[in-house]
Design a binder for this molecule. Structure first.
Ligand code: C2E
Ligand code: MG
Ligand code: MG
Ligand code: MG
Length: 282
């Protein structure tokens, strides 16, 4: 009967909920010692220019390998680290490591390109955020213009006055600011222009099959044109195919990033790409 089925569904639901929170608890427990156990590493994914596919920058992407859980995707553990506050020290580690590594490449005489670091909402809201950025730059000796912070729309829209002051201070240091996953939030370019930002990264949902998605083409060309008028650099994220790349080359976009050019790779492989000036197609 419907009533029995209802009961069954309810118990299945409970079991799923229990499994979910067990998994969450596991992640939470393992995350707590992860920094001390040196379980984090960074991969780097290049961004390329439109013309000769020259590397114009790299994005640092966090990886976590745990003894008990194996590799855990940032999509799974970052929300938990955000909830329990661990994202603050983890984010600090990411920024310090990315700055130190980029300085290292520079010392090796490789092509000098900026490194982009993803910043989480909780990290950005910390009163110490500016000092953390400053410390990472000072301790590594990296030129501030070689650090780019990737923020999301939601983060900058929540307390506009504070954000403008903070971003202005970061800009005064020489740090660059990008808006990640642009187009997935609720902000418009009219709102975005109030902030001193350098780069818009157009979310990969708009890039997928762009060559035969007329709606996507209309949206992105509006974004590209307006960004141009505001002197913002536009990056198309998640370029996976030659068709997407050719369409974007003929558009008003400035840079591309995606598996078509390179997956995120370790520091040794990026060093090889930077010494060649060109990405290795994988
Ligand atoms: P994101 O910043 O938008 O980074 C892009 C994500 O898309 C990365 O996943 C990247 O590996 C993936 N990607 C790149 N090119 C392609 C493509 O052509 N196709 C597809 N399908 N995917 C592509 P990843 O490394 O798993 O990171 C996921 C998200 O986790 C990031 O999205 C970012 O929001 C967050 N994240 C990663 N590292 C950090 C970090 O150090 N701190 C913080 N706060 N968040 C991070
Ligand atoms: Mg990003
Ligand atoms: Mg993101
Ligand atoms: Mg993104």
């Amino acid at each position: 009967t419907a009533k029995e089925r209802g009961k069954n569904n309810f118990s299945v639901y409970n079991r799923e909920m229990a499994a979910l929170s067990l998994e969450k608890m596991d992640l939470d427990t393992q995350l707590r010692g992860a920094l001390e156990r040196n379980e984090f590493s960074l991969l780097y994914q290049p961004k390329v220019g439109l013309q000769r596919d020259v590397i114009t920058g790299v994005e640092a992407l966090l990886r976590w390998e745990n003894q008990k859980l194996g590799f855990v995707s940032p999509m799974r553990f970052i929300p938990i680290a955000e909830e329990n506050g661990l994202i603050v020290p983890i984010g600090r580690w990411v920024m310090e490591t990315a700055c130190r590594q980029t300085k290292e490449w520079q010392k090796l005489g490789l092509e000098v390109v900026p490194v982009a670091v993803n910043v989480s909402p909780r990290q950005f809201l910390e009163p110490d955020f500016y000092d953390d950025v400053l410390n990472a730059l000072n301790s590594s000796g990296l030129d501030p213009s070689l650090l780019e912070l990737e923020l999301t729309e939601g983060m900058i829209m929540s307390d506009i006055e504070r954000t403008v002051a903070l971003l202005t201070a970061l800009k005064d240091l020489g740090v660059r600011v990008a808006i990640d996953d642009f187009g997935t939030g609720y902000s418009s370019l009219a709102q975005i222009r109030r902030f001193p930002i350098d780069t818009l990264k157009v979310d990969r949902s708009f890039v997928r099959n762009i060559h035969h998605d007329t709606e996507g083409q209309a949206i992105t060309s509006a974004i590209f044109d307006m960004a141009k008028n505001l002197s913002l650099t536009v990056v198309a994220e998640g370029v996976e195919t030659n068709d997407e790349a050719s369409y974007l080359r003929s558009s008003n976009c400035d840079e591309m990033q995606g598996y078509y050019f390179s997956k995120p790779v370790d520091e040794k492989r990026i060093a090889i790409m930077l010494s060649d000036h060109l990405p290795r197609y994988q």
